[in-house]
Design a protein around this ligand. Structure first.
Ligand code: AKG
Length: 274
């Protein structure tokens, strides 16, 4: 059987850890024999896209711009990479952690933290996603062996049930507000430590997280994939709970093209992969 069609049966303890804390680290979600090919395809797509990006000199960027090179939805332009992003292997892990049978792709993104790149401010991913479900998850997979000094993620354990905390895009403001909230509410901050290529952390859409800067001379190559539970709807408009923001408007147009408020979140670029 093709490696990417093989599924992983998770230990009950890993599932429980994820559901309690909102994040978990799993070893060798992509094994050593295969990670090189995944890395090669991600890098080919990143190099292609970078040709059309005018990067500001580092000292002229804002905090978000210093955090990482963020290159999104690579799979749509690279059929060889699409096999990885849309694979049953990775999706099977996401589905088991969330406890659902079927998942759709939201988008992928390469997050390359440059040598001596800045911090990733504390934030909530789902602040960006106009989806009516708590079942959203990100896989964060280094494509190379990485140490904590390169910027592995910090998670605030137990925050996956906090829900929408307001319009707080990744910024100095989100860093200040959410790091303070973690202190005040006494959330445990967990960093899963050094990771081998192909290990992965998974975190839920609401789980507060960030990362220290890259203190090394080496580019931190990480690929991420986001899934959500099938049959999820886009938030209604107007929303009685006032959960729309500019980022969600932009995400609706970009990552759910053609989907309207209240409709099923299922555009042609959100294939059901499991
Ligand atoms: O890679 C990073 O530094 C941040 C990653 C992140 O925020 C995410 O994958 O949701």
């Amino acid at each position: 059987m093709n490696y990417l069609d093989t599924t992983i049966a998770l230990a009950a303890s890993d599932i429980e850890y994820y559901r309690t804390n909102g994040h978990v680290k799993l070893s060798q979600v992509c094994d050593a024999a295969h990670i090189g090919e995944f890395r090669e395809q991600v890098n080919a797509s990143v190099e292609e896209r970078k040709r059309n990006i005018a990067l500001l000199p580092f000292d002229q960027r804002d905090t978000y711009g210093k955090a990482f090179l963020q290159i999104m939805n690579l799979w749509v332009e690279n059929p060889a990479l699409a096999k990885w992003v849309l694979s049953k292997r990775f999706a099977s892990v996401a589905a088991q952690l969330m406890g659902v049978d079927h998942v759709r792709i939201y988008h992928d993104q390469a997050l390359f933290k440059e040598p001596h790149g800045g911090i990733t401010p504390w934030h909530q991913d789902q602040h960006y996603w106009p989806l009516v479900t708590d079942n959203c998850i990100t896989m964060w997979m280094p494509l190379m062996d990485i140490t904590t000094a390169m910027g592995t993620l910090n998670f605030a354990s137990g925050t996956s049930s906090v829900g929408y905390l307001g319009d707080m895009p990744i910024s100095d403001d989100s860093e200040a507000y959410l790091s303070n909230m973690c202190k005040e509410r006494g959330f445990d901050i967990v960093n899963h430590g050094d990771m081998s290529a192909g290990d992965a952390t998974f975190h839920s859409g609401w789980c507060l997280h960030g990362a220290p800067g890259n203190q090394t001379d080496t580019l931190r190559e990480v690929m991420t994939i986001i899934w959500y539970e099938d049959n999820t709807r886009v938030i209604e408009k107007p929303d009685p709970k006032n959960r729309w923001n500019k980022s969600r408007e932009n995400d609706l147009a970009t990552w759910l093209p053609g989907c309207k408020p209240g409709e099923l979140a299922a555009s042609p670029i959100n294939p059901k992969v499991l």
